[in-house]
Design a protein around this ligand. Structure first.
Ligand code: ADP
Length: 357
């Protein structure tokens, strides 16, 4: 039996706004699940329904197979970390971390041991006497996490915990959150709009858009087997390139290039005269004429990023980004040829936007 079950969960806010539609998910004990999607897609609403901070309008939420819709947050045994650290400014790090246990009336020596252990996991041992204002943003967020994990609850919920940190701190904290999860083994649900955070942290990712789940899968599945145009474009950086066009004689045009789709999909005949979307990832190509589809294009701009370069190209109306080894960076305003191997090509129905398999 799954540890957490969300069955057809819906959220309709009192003003009538339908924020979450038929959300279905089973989470195993110890799993790290990330909800990802653009701002306003319903991630936090879903998390808050799991936390017991928001009523569930329809459907059923089960913990260990037991209906939890009506349980209060405490009964659900959840701990939540928010984007704003919400630390008590006048309390030391020690007291901030200990606060929940102190409220519960836990023995002082038990609290001391637990705080010491939590501080060790989070690298805060040397900061226990400090006030929050004497800490960096990353350290404050660690205290907030410490306050949550010290309670040893079953479910650990995090809502955009890294948003207030700068880029470097985010990378460090991401690593630390992964380590904390490894050490505590706590079932974790983590909300972010950042696909990199989702890809690096998650055992499984739930991609959402406009209140609907788009796809659920491992980072590998989402990257290599996206279910639709949205997921394909959302996961991966720079995003997947898309070529839209009408199928003519089994081919789609990209500028002057004709790509013979029957090489990729034998059933392409049924799309004759209809619009289709062809996708390929910037990093899936190789320069020159190798295998798969060869494409002639013009280099508009290059961005040297270190080991690789983003090359912005155009072929007629179509624009694309190619990721190449920086040693092979082409000149701008010249014509080049690149190749897309067939296994790097995705086809989507332009109407439904679903992948064609
Ligand atoms: P996300 O976390 O993905 O950014 P939210 O779950 O916070 O999105 O919000 C989903 C949608 O629900 C948004 O359109 C938001 O404006 C709306 N919403 C959030 N809270 C309320 C509320 N209390 N009343 C009405 N609509 C809300």
């Amino acid at each position: 039996m799954a540890y957490l079950t969300l069955k057809n969960i819906n959220k309709i806010y009192p003003n009538g706004y339908h924020a979450v539609h038929n959300f279905n998910l089973e989470i195993e004990k110890g799993e790290f699940v990330v909800f990802v999607g653009p701002s306003g897609c319903g991630k936090s609403t879903t998390l808050r329904m799991i936390a017991g901070l928001e009523d569930i309008s329809g459907g059923e939420f089960l913990i260990n197979g037991k209906r939890a819709n009506e349980m209060g947050p405490r009964e659900r045994e959840v701990a939540m970390v928010f984007q704003s650290y919400a630390l008590y400014p006048q309390m030391t790090v020690y007291d901030n971390i200990a606060f929940g246990l102190t409220l519960q009336g836990v023995d002082e020596d038990v609290i001391e041991k637990r705080v010491e252990n939590t501080a060790r996991i989070l690298g805060l041992t040397d900061y226990l006497d400090r006030l929050p204002r004497a800490l960096s943003g990353g350290q404050r967020q660690r205290v907030a996490i410490g306050r949550a994990i010290i309670r040893k609850v079953g479910i650990f919920l995090m809502d955009e915990p890294l948003s207030n940190l700068d880029a470097k701190q985010r990378v460090t904290m991401r690593y630390e959150i992964a380590q904390i999860h490894r050490e505590t083994g706590a079932t974790t649900i983590y909300v972010t709009h950042d696909q990199t955070e989702a890809m690096t942290l998650a055992d499984r990712i739930v991609v959402m858009k406009d209140g609907y789940v788009q796809q659920i899968g491992t980072p590998y599945e989402l990257y290599y087997k996206p279910a639709n145009v949205f997921v394909a474009g959302f996961i991966g950086e720079p995003p997947m390139n898309f070529v839209r066009g009408t199928v003519k004689d089994g081919c789609i045009a990209m500028g002057d290039n004709r790509l013979d789709l029957s090489r990729k999909y034998a059933g392409i005949g049924q799309y004759e005269g209809r619009e289709i979307v062809l996708g390929f990832r910037p990093e899936a190509i190789s320069l020159g004429e190798t295998d798969g589809y060869s494409v002639n294009c013009r280099v508009e701009l290059t961005e040297m990023l270190g080991d690789n370069t983003n090359v912005y190209v155009s072929a007629g109306e179509t624009q694309a980004i190619l990721k190449v080894d920086s040693h092979d960076t082409p000149e701008t305003d010249v014509d080049i040829t690149f190749s897309i191997p067939l296994e790097g090509v995705y086809l989507f129905d332009a109407e439904t936007e679903n992948v064609i398999e």
